[in-house]
Ligand binder design. Structure first.
Ligand code: S3P
Length: 431
């Protein structure tokens, strides 16, 4: 089987393609709702984006030449897209307005507005730096050196993208490494990027702004964050043996695979190869007897989106799984720490949540777990990863599982239900 293209790489390919001069061809682009939000924002800045056969072609405007969008940019559920575009466009001497769906309206934007304000951007937000937000850049943006206060690839990326339209050197200092797709792709499009490590191990990433960018050919590998769902499904479902082809194996994204292997998961990494500057592999996954482990806080950035589905694997493991240093889960598409803990409880799993941790005590075999009554329904809070995780949960729980909404799954994993059904899963939408 295959899963859709990587969402993080897809967003960045459209954005940099839209900014570069000349044409960018993207193959394997993820075509879910979140990426369509990026595409319509980039079109609103003047770029031309069209599909040509299986590929997408982007004709960019040239660095520094974004046009002022006419209306409000509505990013729906797509937090990554919106935060990166705030960096990309916010430093322009024009007005850009941002909004999103009910989930995005609740998410904190101060982490992006703070560095942009230091660069000279005027930001007007509703109470407490939430959406809707208006940004207006200065005549000439001010290059900054910014130490990111939270481990966030979105914040790092927003500042680097803002640096593209800023004269001089903009530097991001990242004490804890996060996914490096922005800096890799900026380099690929020809931006002068310099990366060094200081004595404390922090990464200093600098961009020399107002540089030309040139259109590229980009191949997007399969998304490891989407592969996580069939991986865990196969591990917890007796007799499974599946192979998921062409998955991105960037070490900044493979924390879940390492954790599951420590838990005793049989996951073979086959045909490891380099493709378009990234490592990809095929993953063969067989059902496995899992045991609980402690997942250290340092691993969180490399599996930040995978904790909900890890909690599902932990529900069927022997003993306790302790996930440390995961306070960032509280500001995702939902408060994922609370949403996961509630969903586990609804399904009869014993767990404890703290401000920044979750511990789960598993039931190998899944006896007694699941939706005992029609009211035992998981509240998904417009969060695709909660929905997919707790559908997967039902595969191994004695009483199956129920989620209150699956419509938002298409924001990140188009065809999820069909793909799981093709693997033999019995998932259905109630009337
Ligand atoms: C992403 C970064 C992560 C992740 C999100 C995608 C990205 O967010 O949760 O799904 O593509 O940069 P944070 O940077 O807020 O941790």
């Amino acid at each position: 089987m295959r899963v859709p293209g990587d969402k993080s790489i897809s967003h960045r390919a459209l954005m940099l393609g839209g900014l570069a001069s000349g044409s960018t061809r993207i193959s394997g682009l993820f075509e879910g709702q979140d990426i369509l939000s990026t595409a319509s924002a980039i079109r609103a800045f003047g770029a031309n984006i069209r599909k040509n056969g299986e590929d997408w072609i982007v004709e960019g405007v040239g660095n520094g030449c974004l046009l002022e969008p006419e209306g409000v940019l509505d990013f729906g559920n797509a937090g990554t897209s919106m935060r990166l575009v705030m960096g990309l466009a916010g430093v322009y001497d024009m007005e850009t307005r941002f909004t999103g769906d009910a989930s995005l309206l609740k998410r904190p934007m101060g982490r992006i507005l703070d560095p942009l304000r230091q660069m000279g951007v005027q930001a007007q937000a509703e109470g407490g730096d939430r959406l809707p937000i208006r940004l207006h850049g200065p005549r000439t943006a001010n290059p900054i050196s910014y130490r990111v206060p939270v481990a966030s690839a979105q914040v790092k990326s927003a500042v680097l993208l803002a640096g593209l339209n800023t004269p001089g050197i903009t530097t991001v200092i990242e004490p804890v490494a996060t996914r490096d797709h922005t800096e890799n792709m900026l380099k690929r499009f020809g931006a002068p990027i310099d990366i060094t490590l200081d004595k404390q191990g922090a990464r200093h990433i600098s961009i020399d702004g107002q540089c030309p960018l040139k259109g590229q050919e980009i191949t997007v590998p399969g998304d490891p964050s989407s592969a996580a769902f069939p991986i865990v499904a196969a591990l917890i479902t007796h007799g499974s043996d599946i192979t998921i082809e062409n998955i991105l194996m960037n070490p900044a994204r493979t924390g879940l695979i390492a954790t599951l292997q420590e838990m005793g998961a049989v996951i073979d990494i086959e045909n490891l190869r380099s493709q378009g500057g990234e490592n990809v592999a095929d993953l063969r996954v067989r059902s496995s007897d899992l045991k609980g482990v402690t997942v250290p806080a340092e691993r969180a950035p490399s599996m930040i989106d995978e904790y909900p589905v890890l909690a599902v694997a932990a529900s069927f493991a022997e003993g306790e799984t302790l996930m440390q240093g995961i306070e960032e889960l509280r500001v995702k598409e939902s408060d994922r720490l609370a949403a996961v803990a509630n969903a586990l409880e609804v399904n009869g799993v014993d767990c404890t949540q703290g401000r920044d941790y979750l511990s789960v005590r598993g039931h190998p075999g899944g006896k007694g777990l699941g939706a005992m009554t029609k009211d035992a329904r998981v509240a998904t809070h417009l969060d695709h990863r909660i929905a997919m995780s707790f559908l997967v949960f039902g595969l191994a729980a004695e009483h199956g599982s129920l989620v209150d909404d699956a419509s938002m799954i298409s924001t990140s994993f188009t065809g999820f239900m069909k793909l799981m059904a093709d693997l033999g899963a019995n998932m259905e939408t109630a009337a």
